[in-house]
Design a protein around this ligand. Structure first.
Ligand code: ZN
Ligand code: ZN
Length: 457
């Protein structure tokens, strides 16, 4: 018996893996994925042949058709669409100008779910708030007939956590302003660039609160308006924002599978979201995410049959309220998902990973570290649980793995007209595919059973 065969025999005794799984070498698959072309092909194709794909629109329907054709051509099994209904909001005209004291136009964009001004616009005095807390502290009724202006400057963090903090200006600010009687609200974009591109994104009005017109100024325009305010004279703004709610429409999730050899071992769920905001072509948010995860699954499929099924889902209607993630969980929540992971934070380098695994499957985390360290990916002690679309599945206690991309530059582009293909770095995209391929090779073939966990959120 040669040394190699002896080691193989020992390994076979220690780890009774199915024969096919033993042939999947995570390190070799990872290194081969550093030459990946599949993810770029998907990102380039989707952003070029479909372009912007706002949830519930005809463009998102074309994206589903494109996705089905592409996933079938790549050789995935059981490629299908699961349709659902959702309320659809569409953008209209959007202009703003300072009427007094220093007349000039400003660049802004309407927020998703915003109410509308009259077609010929509305003009009112603004009330300036440096932060969301200042808006919250405004006395009830004090904004009656006024336009609230909240200019809370976002700062980026590598882990993206500052989005939760600064993002509340967009998520909650319009609802708070409406409750205090404001006629409209403009916010400083939730972003970190200094281009004249406003950042859109969804907002929410509490039940029973009538939506008011709500828009985000580009960062230079917000800073300009702050300087005008600080001159001390009343500032009057004219807004024309004419978005519409067009009622219930069809959206859908696109699903594709790599069958596993052991149906009892459960399903590894991966994916991203197919819809995008309408201003750019959604290259980093989230064409690259669907591309990275599908490319990694394809590379595993081509290497053999994994122990566990890998299910790839390109979710619909994430941006406007995670309708696809909820529809998926409602229809498929009873399936035996054992791990869930989503890529929805751009296409920058992955710098760390997190796990939320049961104690009985702890060794998987150690093998992931071994597989990911050569890509410069650190292990975090935090619990995994990222990804809006997979959130409803993780909430059921499904184990989670996060492969975190750097957030230092993401909010320069996020939800702007500048989210376009040229911003995707093909080498960084390959590093992502390599990490996801290594992760899937380890997790989909792990001999341990992967039971339920306490969700991170
Ligand atoms: Zn996204
Ligand atoms: Zn987004």
């Amino acid at each position: 018996m040669t040394k190699c065969l002896l080691l193989a025999a020992i390994a076979a005794v220690a780890l009774p893996l199915p024969a096919v799984a033993q042939t999947m070498d995570a390190a070799a698959l990872r290194d081969a994925a550093l030459r990946d072309e599949i993810a770029w092909d998907i990102t380039e194709g989707l952003t070029t042949e479909v372009g912007p794909r706002l949830a519930g629109t005809e463009a998102e329907a074309r994206a589903r058709t494109w996705a089905v054709t592409k996933l079938k051509a790549l050789g995935f099994s059981n490629v299908r669409v699961e349709l659902f209904q959702m309320p659809v909001w569409v953008r209209g005209e959007e202009t703003a100008e300072v009427v007094a004291p220093f007349p000039q136009k400003l660049h802004l964009t309407t927020l998703g779910n915003s109410g509308a001004t009259p077609a010929d616009g509305m003009t009112a005095e603004i009330v300036y708030f440096p932060s969301l807390a200042d808006l919250q502290a405004a006395p009830e009724g004090s904004l009656k007939g006024k336009i609230a202006f909240v200019s809370h400057a976002m700062h980026a963090t590598q882990d993206g956590s500052s989005y939760g903090y600064y993002g509340r200006v967009r998520f909650q600010g319009p609802g708070i302003a409406a409750q205090k009687g404001a006629a409209a609200i403009v916010i400083r974009s939730v972003g970190t660039d200094h281009h004249r591109n406003p950042h859109t994104g969804g907002t929410n009005f509490p039940k029973g609160v009538t939506p008011i017109p709500a828009a985000a100024l580009s960062i230079p325009d917000a800073e300009q308006l702050e300087r005008i305010v600080k001159r001390g004279q009343p500032v009057r703004l004219k807004l024309v924002l004419t978005p519409r709610q067009i009622g219930m429409r069809e959206s859908g999730n696109v699903i594709a599978e790599v069958p596993g050899s052991d149906p009892a071992a459960g399903i590894v769920l991966v994916g991203g979201h197919l819809d995008s905001w309408d201003l750019g072509t959604g290259a980093i948010d989230d064409a690259s995410g669907v591309a990275i995860t599908a490319a990694a699954a394809k590379r595993i499929m081509d290497a053999g049959t994994p122990r566990r099924m890998i299910r790839v889902v390109w979710f619909g209607a994430e941006e406007v309220g995670v309708f696809g993630g909820r529809a998926y969980a409602a229809k498929n929540g009873g399936d035996n998902h054992v791990v869930a992971a989503e890529s929805d934070f751009g296409a920058d380098r992955i710098w760390r990973f997190k796990v939320n695994l049961p104690d009985s499957a702890k060794a998987i985390g150690d093998r992931l570290a071994t597989a990911l360290f050569p890509l410069g990916i650190a292990r975090s002690a935090e619990k995994a649980g990222d990804g809006a679309d997979v959130g409803p599945i993780m909430a059921k206690g499904v184990a989670a793995i996060d492969l975190n991309q750097s957030g230092l530059d993401y909010f320069n582009l996020h939800h702007t007209p500048d989210d376009t293909l040229d911003k995707v770095d093909s080498e960084k995209l390959r590093q992502n595919v390599a990490a996801w391929t290594a992760m899937l090779a380890v997790v989909a073939n792990a001999p341990e059973e992967i039971g339920p966990v306490t969700p991170a959120r």
